[in-house]
Design a protein around this ligand. Structure first.
Ligand code: F6R
Length: 238
């Protein structure tokens, strides 16, 4: 693991963006693994700036998002599909058919999850995967558990995750209680991983991730076994 301390959220976003820009310059048809939440917003703004300056293009990029809430239509403002279009996709030249966000509305969860895995495989695997981290060290929506969930799967969200995400909804009651998420082995199969974390409320999770035992109780700790993971963190959340 490479650990980089940034001086501010802006610095963290700029540094993380440079890793994505380098990837896209080297391989314009990169397969990007993307995340939602507060952490990547600054990074996405940086990428939009690089695109506007003509330094990168998304025209041959393929994207796969980590996760989606179960039951939210793509038109719902808190769906991750909506978030990604709002924060990044609507501002760059990515092709709609190259965008993949897990489908949160389905009749057969297993079939939907298997389809997502097959799509990632057919695209040649993820070149660079962006991750945030939960206060309980979840990555994607892989919550602390007895076992490392492997592939894309449906998951019950933990109370602390529902509480943390209530800030995006009107109240805790409105936060969906289930999600579909890439599994730990899906994430571990990415060629490169970039995890970003800002603010002291993430420090305990980061400490356990970097220095603690590798255990499914700390899902991000699996990254200790990933051959090319960079963690960029800063003390303040702004
Ligand atoms: C989002 C995701 C989550 C978040 C994590 C941190 O797609 O998979 O694991 O990265 O909950 O969220 P923020 O960045 O809002 O603190």
């Amino acid at each position: 693991m490479k650990i980089i301390e940034a001086s501010s959220y802006k610095d963290l976003s700029a540094k993380a963006a440079m890793l994505f820009v380098a990837q896209m310059v080297e391989k314009p048809n990169s397969v990007l693994g993307l995340a939602t939440g507060s952490s990547p917003i600054g990074l996405y703004q940086e990428l939009i700036d690089y695109y506007k300056k003509g330094i990168i293009s998304f025209k041959d990029v393929v994207s796969f998002n980590l996760d989606e809430y179960v039951g939210l239509p793509k038109t719902h403002k808190e769906s991750y599909d909506y978030f990604m279009h709002d924060q990044l996709f609507n501002h760059v030249d990515i092709k709609e058919e190259n965008i993949h966000v897990p489908n949160g509305i389905f009749t057969d969860a297993n079939a939907e999850c298997d389809k997502y895995e097959a799509l990632i495989k057919a695209a040649g695997g993820i070149d660079i995967q962006l991750l945030g981290i939960g206060v309980n060290a979840h990555i994607g929506f892989n919550e602390p558990s007895d076992v490392f969930a492997k592939k894309t799967h449906r998951v019950d969200l933990k109370e602390e995750t529902i509480q943390a995400n209530a800030r995006f909804f009107g109240s805790e009651e409105e936060v969906p209680k289930e999600a579909v998420t890439m599994g730990i082995s899906t994430i571990m199969a990415a060629k490169k991983v970039v995890l970003i974390a800002s603010g002291e409320n993430k420090f305990d999770a980061l400490e356990k991730t970097i220095n603690g035992p590798v255990t499914p109780e700390v899902p991000a700790s699996a990254l200790q076994y990933h051959p090319d993971t960079t963690i960029i963190f800063c003390k303040t959340s702004s």
